[in-house]
Structures are given as C-alpha cells and as structure tokens.
Design a protein around this ligand. Structure first.
Ligand SMILES: C[S@@+](CC[C@H](N)C(=O)[O-])C[C@H]1O[C@@H](n2cnc3c(N)ncnc32)[C@H](O)[C@@H]1O
Length: 370
C-alpha cells in the first residue's frame, strides 16, 4: 500500500523523520511524508506519529483534465476488494490550481464512479451505506488527481486530553513538532513561560515518556473488516510496554492569566500529568528559575490574534530579558511577529518557516548569548 502521513506546511521533514524512526522508508513531499506498508503499518503510524495530521491510503494518482477522465480514473480502482457490501463511503474533495476546480462536481463524479464500479463488479444496485465508514478524498493538485482513503478518522491532533480550548491554543501536532525542532533533551529543564492551556508542556512530557500519541484513542481503520485487529492490539500492547510514566524530566509552565492556568490544570489532569508538571501564575518579566540547563519553549502572543502589537512587543522584550537572566539557556519561540528578534534584542541561530493554523510563522531558536 502507498501511504501518506499528512502534515502542516513546514512539518513534512519532521514527519518523515518520525516515520523513519518507526522503521519505515519514508520520503517527504509537499503536504506530508510518503511510505509503503500494509494496514497494520498504517495502524502503527496512526498510533505513534506525534506531528502528522492523518494517515491516508493512496489508492491511485493520475493526470486528469476532464470530468470523463476523472470518472475513468476513479472507476479503474478495485473498490470491490476494499469495501464491504454495507460500507458507507463519503467522498470529500479538494481542488488546487487545476483545470477541474469545482470541488462539488469532482466529489459527485468520484462518488458516481465508485458506485458504478461496485454495481458492475458486485452485481448489486442498492448500497445501504449502513456499515463501517470508509472516508475517501479526491484531490486535484495541478491536474494530478489523487484518490485517498483516510485510515485515521478523527485527526491525529485529537489525543483525548484537550477538551477545553483556550485562547489561541497551539495544535498538539504543531506543539509536538516544535519540541522535536528545539534543542531540548529531557536532561534539561523545559519551561514555557506563556503556557496557556499547556499543549507544549504536555507534548514534551509525552515525548520524554516515550508515550505513543494515539495510545488512548481509536482509529477509523479499526472498524474495517480487512484490518488485522489482533496485530493492531499487539502494537498497542507494545506501546503500553514502551510507555515510561516514571521517566525523569523537569517541566514547568507559567502564565499571567489565571483562566489560562485553570484550563492548563484541567488538561494536565486529563493527560494524567498533574503530578509531573508544575505550573504557576506569573508575569514572565518576573519569572526566574535557579537551574543550570534551561530550555524555554514558548508560543507568545503575536499581536495578531491575541492582544495588540505593543503588548506582543513587550512580551518579546521580556522573553529576551528572560534569556539574558538565565545565562546558557536556550530560547525557542514560534511567532508571526517579524520584529520579534528586534524587540527581544536577540538573534536566532536557526529559524524555520511554518504555519500555526493559517498564520505564517517562524520558529526561532536562540542558543548563544544575546
Ligand atoms: C498564544 S497563547 C499560548 C497558547 C498555548 N501555547 C496553548 O497551547 O494553549 C499566549 C499566552 O501568553 C500569555 N501571556 C501574555 N502575556 C504574558 C506575560 N506578560 N507573562 C506571562 N504570560 C503571558 C497569555 O495569557 C496566553 O495564555
């Protein structure tokens, strides 16, 4: 099977690395990282990937520039080998810079092609669609049509611990990627001084504990007849064995807002980390910590979605001061504010362009002296 673990712009390489660490031969491409495996491999990827959005099975890819060609392409795929008689098979669509740009028409034609193929090959005329869900997506990108089947179901950022959404929270998958892109290792103290609802803190702890991101959730492919559930169960058991709830690490969070902190407290409880991560209310300009090796990783207000520009500039300045007050500490920040380094009076040694939702950002890593 051809599979792709989809990823937000800028995170394709991180997901490729995660797949390689899981033993897959993966290649990054725009929108994700591709690999070959079977359904059990797809399950393993769903279970472990921390930074990917979904794991999709690529059923076919072909250049198409007319609706007839789209119909022929989709109906050439052997759906009779994939779908049980009662399967429900919704078709989503997505068209980018292609001759065929009507999403609803592409969806309708792809659905019709699946139905016609099944009518012909299974000799049935009626599809009750009352059984397991097989969600397809037809994507057209620069005239290349791709039909995929989603093996994840709910997007992978839904780990199960975040039920209350704070102001401008970071998606779990992006938070996990920032931790991996930072120089932090669990021997150092990690501090998020603008921790909000705690996503960075929780994802860092999960990484330190080698906890599979999907340990406490299920995936849509587990409802499918062709999935080897016993093999999946073995992978889940292995992941439970590898999970180290007592792993050593020191992670702190602080925030100026008491509402953000009460949300954070709930999330820590739901992630069962309430006794492992300490949080406190503090304006970051007053935050000081007597430790040798500190890595600050944070998602401060940008002045776009939260607060105003002046406030964002004040926070950036305070973050620069925080780094200077902790000699040897690294400061890593995701920001959409292009003046962040100027306000912090500190230059990043490395930077990566990525998106937080629709907002173009940079992840800045400042390791040396400012
Ligand atoms: C973009 S949000 C962080 C969201 C967080 N990453 C999450 O996933 O929920 C920015 C946070 O910075 C906090 N903040 C703003 N100014 C601050 C200051 N001077 N000191 C400490 N925290 C501050 C806000 O209360 C807010 O929770």
């Amino acid at each position: 099977m051809d599979l792709i673990a989809t990823a937000a712009f800028g995170l394709e390489g991180v997901v490729k690395q995660e797949l390689q660490d899981l033993g897959f031969d993966a290649k990054a491409e725009q929108g994700g990282a591709r690999f070959e495996s079977d359904l059990t491999g797809a399950f393993k990827a769903n279970l472990w990937l921390a930074c990917a959005d979904r794991v999709l099975w690529i059923l076919g890819e072909q250049k198409v520039t007319s609706f007839e060609a789209l119909f022929d392409f989709v109906s050439s795929i052997p759906f009779e080998d994939i779908l049980p008689k009662d399967a429900s098979f919704p078709v989503n669509g997505n068209c980018v810079r292609s001759r065929l740009m009507s999403v609803s028409d592409c969806q309708r034609i792809a659905k019709k092609a699946i139905v016609e193929r099944l009518k012909r090959t299974c000799k049935v005329n009626w599809f009750p669609e009352t059984g397991a869900r097989y969600p397809f997506t037809i994507t057209l990108h620069k005239d290349i049509a791709r039909l995929t089947l989603d093996t994840s179901g709910e997007a992978l950022h839904r780990r199960g611990y975040r039920t209350w959404v704070g102001e401008a929270p970071l998606r779990e998958t992006l938070a996990a990627a920032l931790i991996r892109l930072s120089p932090w290792t669990p021997e150092q103290t990690l501090v998020d001084p603008c921790c909000g609802s705690g996503t960075l803190l929780i994802e860092a702890a999960f990484m330190a504990m080698d906890r599979a991101s999907g340990l406490n959730r299920s995936f849509i492919m587990e409802d499918w007849a062709q999935t080897d559930l016993a093999a999946c169960q073995r992978l889940r058991e292995q992941a439970k064995q590898l999970f180290m709830p007592d792993a050593q690490f020191e992670i702190f969070g602080s925030d100026i807002s008491s509402e953000a902190l009460s949300l954070c407290r709930r999330h820590l409880r739901q992630a069962n980390l309430q006794n492992r991560i300490r949080i406190a209310q503090s304006d970051l300009k007053d935050f000081r910590l007597a430790r040798d090796k500190i890595c600050f990783i944070t998602n401060p207000p940008y002045g776009e979605r939260l607060g105003d520009r002046q406030e964002a500039a004040r926070v950036a300045r305070a973050l620069g001061d925080l780094k200077r007050a902790h000699p040897g500490a690294a400061l890593c920040a995701i920001t959409a504010d292009q003046s962040f380094e100027k306000h912090a009076r500190c230059r990043a040694g490395s930077r990566r362009r990525l998106y937080n939702g629709r907002l173009e950002c940079e992840f800045l890593v400042m390791k040396g002296d400012c």
